[in-house]
Design a protein around this ligand. Structure first.
Ligand SMILES: [Zn+2]
Length: 296
């Protein structure tokens, strides 16, 4: 994955609160059994952590701005995105939202943007307080994506994904898929309290994977607002393989096998490794969100 060196990054789409202290307790990053269970439940989950019973009760509207906003200082151009992980993620957020903004416009609608919050350890959201243990998530109540960059190490070390820049991009694009669902009114279908291989929860998750693929298909041909040229200049077959590999690594069957030693489809929330790959690839192959009807 390569970015246009001369493109300007839009850091207003990212809130960098890494290193800021949040009242209410110490961070517990994937520690112990509770951490693992929370991680399994929360991984790439489409809803806020209050749904997971992890809320500590504080309902502050959102994280306060950090005094040192590293992203704003360091991530200015595509050249920075090619050099630094956090800047690369800013660029992915920019590319994803550029695509959806243009896609909504093309369909006669209007896209409403969602910020991504970079945090470490613990964060307060409109969906309740969360620790890094829940993994990346989207909170529909404040329309923000929450991301502890430390998760990407876990994706390799805990979940056995091959990693790579595009594995990270897939995770971000999946969360923006939930934002699209929120804007289109489909996200709430996952809120019926059911789980299992044929549940709406799984269908919503697979659709978010498909939307991530739709973005990937269009990423290298979506003009950036600062230059009129695509921000992402190159995606290789290896990038797509890294994305597919990450999608498989967070499949319910893989996770269950790894952490509980057996596969129980009746408690699936996100879909199997094969399904997640299939739907990401369906989006990537067609580039058409109309091909992402996982409810059919
Ligand atoms: Zn999800």
């Amino acid at each position: 994955m390569q970015f246009d060196d001369d493109a300007n990054l839009d850091t207003s789409e990212v809130k960098d609160v890494r290193g800021s202290r949040v009242p209410g307790g110490r961070a517990t990053i994937g520690g112990g059994l509770v951490g693992i269970i929370a991680l399994v439940l929360g991984l790439l989950f489409g809803v806020g952590p209050d749904q997971l019973g992890l809320s500590s009760g504080d309902q502050e509207p959102g994280p306060a701005a950090s005094s040192v906003n590293e992203v704003q200082q360091e991530c200015r151009t595509g050249r920075d995105a090619n050099a630094r992980e956090d800047c690369r993620l800013v660029a992915v957020v920019n590319s994803t939202q550029d695509f959806w903004r243009q896609e909504f416009a093309r369909r006669g609608g209007q896209y409403s943007p969602a910020s991504t919050v970079f945090f470490t350890g613990r964060v307060n959201t409109a969906c309740g307080a969360a620790t890094s243990a829940v993994g990346p998530f989207y909170c529909p109540a404040d329309r923000q994506v929450y991301l502890d960059l430390g998760f990407f190490n876990e994706l390799r070390t805990k979940f056995g994904a091959s990693g790579g820049p595009f594995a990270q991009a897939y995770v971000v694009a999946h969360e923006y898929g939930h934002h699209i669902q929120n804007l289109l009114g489909t996200l709430q279908r996952s809120q019926d309290g059911r789980q299992g291989a044929n549940s709406n929860a799984v269908k919503v998750e697979l659709q978010a994977d498909c939307y991530a693929g739709v973005w990937a298909h269009n990423a290298t041909r979506t003009p950036d607002e600062s230059t009129g040229r695509p921000l992402i200049t190159n995606l290789t077959d290896q990038d797509i393989r890294d994305g597919l590999d990450a999608a498989a690594a967070v499949g319910d069957d893989r996770i269950q096998e790894k952490f509980q030693g057996r596969v129980t489809p009746e408690s699936w929330t996100h879909g199997s490794a094969e399904q997640r790959q299939q739907w990401f690839y369906q989006g990537y192959r067609t580039g058409d969100m109309a091909q992402c009807n996982t409810f059919r």
